[in-house]
Design a protein around this ligand. Sequence first.
Ligand code: PT1
Length: 278
Amino acid sequence: MDIRLSAHADGRPQVMGVVNVTPDSFSDGGQFFDVTAARDHAFALLDAGADWLDIGGESTRPGAEPVSEGEELDRVLPAIEAVLEAVPEALISIDTMKPAVARQAIGSGATMWNDVNALRAAGALELAASLDCLVCLMHMQGEPRTMQTHPTYDNVVTDVARFFGQQVGAAMAAGVARERLVLDPGIGFGKTLAHNLELMAGLDDLTDLGMPILFGASRKRFIHAIDDTAGESGDRLGGSLAAALHAARAGCALIRVHDVRETVQALKVQAAIGFYPT
Ligand code: PT1
């Protein structure tokens, strides 16, 4: 495996653009998914400067309902194939909790398994060991449908760090090389506003673990909780950029965002000011 997670020449981290493959708005759901729209969005994100595309067919937003394996495969596989047909060198991560979806997506050319469940599903550790790809282990308390009901921690930063230690240990024991692992604190996944802010303030403790950190705060609800004049998710760009710049300064390797062009521009300015050691 030869997949780069290294910073750009100016020291700024890589940016991962979000590509959701959702049911076709012109059909009544069922079997029709908007693969063309997802592919075109992926092209636009690459043009905007995305280093990675994170393709997902199941929402993990708070309250989201699970989708079936067959439905998820019907959404993501054609999208991955369509992107790679046009841009063979594109770096694609598959955002899925399901081992069978990850296996087929990696088989179709994705190079990272972004697992918000951190390989806790049955068969996930064994599958990860057998694949030749990066694996992102994200921290989540509970499951998307109910995770915001009553999140509790002793200390969210040390609890998340301890979880990383456990899952890295389990992955390595199963045969996943440490060099293939990426960690993600899971902003918004079973966390109150206070938990999210403590985690962001404590990011240095997580980057100090010495493994690449993926960070995703783009358009999340905590921004609205801080600025209640912010409207729906598309009205959270300022907060998303503030969080991205903060994560970059803390040494995160990969920033997952919707607004790729604006984020890359902000990171370039941060780099030009001279923060990053190059
Ligand atoms: C993430 C992430 C993800 N986020 C990784 N994968 C989502 N590795 C999907 C809200 O509070 O941060 N890291 N895949 C999207 N999930 C959410 C969660 C979206 C919370 C919104 C919220 O608004």
